[in-house]
Every structure is written in C-alpha cells, then in structure tokens.
Design a protein around this ligand. Structure first.
Ligand code: UDX
Ligand code: UDX
Length: 477
C-alpha cells in the first residue's frame, strides 16, 4: 500500500532539523512541515521577525525561512499535537557522547532519542513513518523499533490503532554550506525494510533530487555508512595534519604536498586542507561511536585504527598551542594574544568541538590574556565554552572584572589586535583574508608574531610589515 504523506513533523529544531525542514518545505509547497522542540527559547528565535536573529546562521537559510514560515513551515513547542497529525516524523535531536556509565567517553547518549521514541509511541495515530535523522550508533533503529513495538501491544489493549515503520535517513549536510548541500546533495541515503515507507520518503526527495541519487539500503548499512563517511573525512584531515608537522621539520610545504597528492584522481583534492584540527559536532563523536562499536564486537584492531584519528587530532591541537608559546620566548604569561576565529569552521556560528576551544584553553592555562574575535559567534557561547569558572590569579582584579576571567571579546578585528604580542588565525573567515596588516602591525607590541593555522594569509604582505610570520605546515620564514 502506498502511503500518502501530507504532514511532516521534525522533533529537534537544531543545526540539522532546522535547515533540513526549511528546504523540504521550500521544495514541497504541498506538504505541511512542523518543526517542534522542547526548548521554548529556541522556538521563539526561529519565529523571530528579525531574520538576522534566527538561532543558527547558515548562508541562504533566512531567505528560505522568510519564504516558507507561516506558509507550510511552522516552528512550535506543540510536540504532542504535531506528532498526532504527522504521517512522517523525523527525529533530529542531539546525541552527545556519554559522560558516565557504560561506554563513557565513546558511546552516544541515546536518552533524547529514546525520549522521542516514547513520545511518538504515545501520541502517534494511524500509520507513522519514523525517520532517524540524527547521527546515531549502528542498530539504534532497533531501539526505536522495540519502543514503538511495545506501545503497539499497549495500544491493542486500549483499542487505539497505530502502526510504525522505522527508516534511517542520515544527514550529510556540512555546516556553512547546509542549504547548498540540501538543495543539491551528492546522494540521499534511505535505509529500511518496508518498501512502501521507503518509497513514501523517497517521493518527498524526488521533488528536487534525481532518482539515481537516492540510494536505498538496509537500515544497518545506512547507519554504518553515515558513521563511516564522517570517519573517512576526518581521517583525511588527521592524515594531512600529521604530514604538516613533518613538513615543518623538513622544509616541505603542506600546501604543495596537498596539491600534489590531491591531483591524483584516486585520492581527490577535497578534505586535504591542513588546519588547527577538525571540530564540529559530528566527526569526533562518530569516530568514537565506531570505536565503541568495534570494541563491543571484539575487534580491538579496528577500534585502535579509528581511535588513532581522534588521538592525532587532539595531539595536533595541543601542538599548535605549544608552538605559539615556544615562539613567544617560551612564555605567554601576562602577554596578550589576539584570536581570530572561534567557530569550528567559517560561515557558521557553531562552536561545538571547535579547535579554538582547546587552543584557547591551553593558552589561558599558560597565563595568556586572550582578545577574541569572531564575526558570528555569540560571546556568551564563548563564555560557556571557556568555562566561566576558569580561575587564574595572575590577572589584576581590574583585568578580571572587565575581561571574563582572562579574555575579552571584540567584534572589531583592529581593536582586537591592539597591543597584542601575537595574532593567531584559527578560522578561515573571508574577512581575515583582507586584513590591513600595515595598520595592525603599528598597534602590536614588538617583537610581534602572526600565526596562521588556516593557511589563508598572504605571507609576503604580513612579513613586509615587520611582523614575524608562521604558517601551519611551513614554519617561520
Ligand atoms: C545533529 C544531529 O541530530 C546529531 O545527531 C549530530 O550528532 C549533531 O547534529 P543538531 O541539530 O546539530 O544535531 O543538534 P542541536 O543543534 O543540539 O539540536 C537538537 C535539538 O533537539 C535542540 O534544539 C533540543 O532542544 C532538541 N530536543 C532535544 C528536543 O526537542 N527534544 C528532546 O527530547 C531532546
Ligand atoms: C561534517 C560532514 O562533512 C557532513 O557530511 C556531516 O553530515 C556532518 O559532519 P561539518 O562538521 O558541518 O560536516 O563540517 P566539515 O566541513 O566536514 O568540517 C569539519 C571540520 O573539519 C571543520 O573543523 C573543518 O575546518 C575541518 N576541515 C575540513 C579541515 O580541517 N580541512 C579540510 O580540508 C576540511
């Protein structure tokens, strides 16, 4: 039996749920899309009249929200009601790494997913297709399935008729280019058993994605493919970052090495940019999931192989902070350092797992005073990331009260670099490529350094102003 889809509900109005549903609503004006969330503040922000104040920043997103919101795209906290109305429900809630209990530090905490499955089991009516959108450990569909199945028995007793199918439909969007990735995906992956439900979901995507890009697999292959995709991408970054360290020792240039190996069509040029280490909500978490899964199934060699990717990333982040300290005569105590970029990559306000957090914490630990700039990140988020309880007694009380326990935030780049000993570029924001170094150089304390961990600056322009310059994978000139 072919299922007719009229109403879509998405639980979780985050970085994945928000943009994904906005694009579905945009491409399928005949469908009603409801995005629900337990967080009232977040929903208020999604409904904000001022489109510059949506809870997440993604190029192109506000235009779509403007077109669709109130038409066939709605944001609310009416979870029960929207579940009841839905023909298809996307679960897009967060799945953080467990901090305690079995699998702590590696396995994903599924408590939110489980809570959603229970809500769906309780309120859904008729046939409902439940879609895993969050990145989840392999075999999570089984957990959702068993929660829904147990509710069926209960429903039968109460004479309520509801049936469910669970599909896996992982998201491959990359933050900063989410709208582009959603509008023109490389592939859409749908894992499931029931062909009618798979077809119903596939029909939604067929409104704008060509049929041959829609891949259908069993549910476990789909779940594992998502983790593996992210693990492969992250592996490339750790590989190139490991070689950047070798370049600095040998005089090779990582940009040249990258270009040379990327021209081999078997390797390809993408994801070969050396940087301060990968961040974002997915890479580390997904690899750790893979590690946990491999250990669980008695495959320690496989687990160690993938864990190496995360270990290298951690090492690389600390390597950068250590070499900054070393170049600044072995101490940054009481020195001011300007940090350019706090988001984990350009074109997003997301800071989750950003390398800037690890590097800033190291520098604070060493006693530096940080002046931080980012075009989109909210300074309150930085306060959370750097831990407001951070204590360091080397600052005068005046410095502390005016500057958040060792750091201050500046939206203006030039003000941010005033009076500092070093500028460190950690995110590849476009505006950092066009900085007037002549001007900055005049206001820095000499001898002054510029550390480019994203390889985006013109070394000649920086060096010609008398500043010392270091670039990742090349070293100082
Ligand atoms: C996504 C994926 O779903 C996750 O698996 C992946 O690892 C990271 O990316 P994301 O959209 O980025 O998550 O997460 P987030 O921005 O934190 O949004 C999740 C939303 O779900 C939050 O707004 C939260 O309030 C909401 N939520 C959580 C619910 O509505 N109900 C719950 O029970 C739990
Ligand atoms: C990633 C995957 O790309 C996406 O398919 C998945 O759905 C979610 O996880 P995201 O984390 O949003 O997306 O961004 P991505 O562009 O993959 O970047 C991740 C991190 O790797 C960033 O910190 C980025 O700066 C870094 N990176 C990326 C590099 O250091 N070098 C590169 O060449 C590419």
């Amino acid at each position: 039996m072919k299922y007719k889809i009229n109403n879509i509900c998405c639980i979780g109005a985050g970085y994945v749920g928000g943009p994904t549903m906005a694009v579905i609503a945009d491409k399928c004006p005949n469908l009603t899309v409801d995005v629900v969330d337990i967080n009232e503040e977040r929903i208020k922000q999604w409904n904000n009249k001022d489109l510059d104040r949506l809870p997440i920043f993604e190029p192109g997103l506000s235009e779509i929200v403007e077109r669709c919101r109130g038409r066939n795209l709605h944001f609310s906290n009416f979870i029960e009601e929207k579940i009841r109305n839905a023909d298809i429900i996307f679960i897009s809630v967060n799945t953080p790494t467990k901090t305690k209990g079995v699998g702590a530090g590696k396995a994903s905490d599924l408590k939110w997913v489980e809570a959603c499955a229970r809500q769906v089991a309780k309120y859904a009516i008729g046939h409902t297709i439940v879609v895993e959108k969050s990145t989840l450990p392999v075999r999570t569909a089984e957990v959702i399935r068993s929660i829904l199945d147990s509710s069926l028995k209960h429903n039968r007793k109460e004479n309520k008729s509801s049936t469910f199918d669970v599909l896996s439909n992982p998201e491959f969007l990359s933050e900063g280019s989410a709208i582009k990735d959603l509008n023109d995906p490389d592939r859409v992956l749908i894992g499931g058993e029931n062909t009618d439900s798979i077809e119903a979901l596939s029909d939604i995507y067929k409104n704008w994605v060509s049929k041959n890009k829609i891949l259908k697999t069993n549910v476990w292959s789909s779940e594992l493919a998502k983790l593996t995709s992210n693990a492969f991408l992250a592996q490339r970054i750790s590989s190139i970052n490991s070689i950047s360290a070798l370049c600095e020792k040998t005089g090779a240039d990582i940009r040249e090495v990258s270009r040379a190996i990327g021209s081999d069509s078997r390797i390809g040029s993408k994801f070969l940019e050396s940087g301060p280490g990968f961040g974002g909500s997915c890479f580390k978490k997904d690899i750790l999931n893979l590690v946990y899964l491999s250990e669980y199934f008695g495959l320690p060699e496989v687990a160690n192989f993938w864990e190496g990717v995360v270990k290298l990333n951690n090492w690389h982040q600390h390597r950068i902070s250590k070499l900054i300290v070393k170049r600044l005569f072995g101490t940054v105590s009481n020195k001011k350092i300007c940090i350019l970029g706090f988001s984990f990559k350009a074109d997003t306000n997301d800071t989750r797992e950003s390398s800037s957090i690890a590097i800033c914490k190291d520098l604070l630990e060493e006693g530096a005073f940080l002046k931080i700039n980012d075009p989109k990140v909210d300074p309150d988020q930085i306060t959370k990331d750097l831990d407001i309880n951070y204590q360091n007694d080397i600052y005068t009380s005046e410095q502390k009260s005016t500057a958040n326990e060792g750091w201050s935030f500046h939206r203006n780049i030039y003000e941010c670099a005033e009076d500092v000993d070093a500028v460190v570029v950690l995110t590849e924001w476009e505006e950092y490529k066009n900085i007037n170094w002549e001007l900055i150089s005049k206001s820095m304390r000499k001898p002054a350094w510029v550390f480019d961990a994203r390889s985006i600056l013109n070394s000649k322009k920086v060096s010609s102003t008398g500043l010392n310059f270091w670039r990742l994978g090349k070293g100082s000139k």
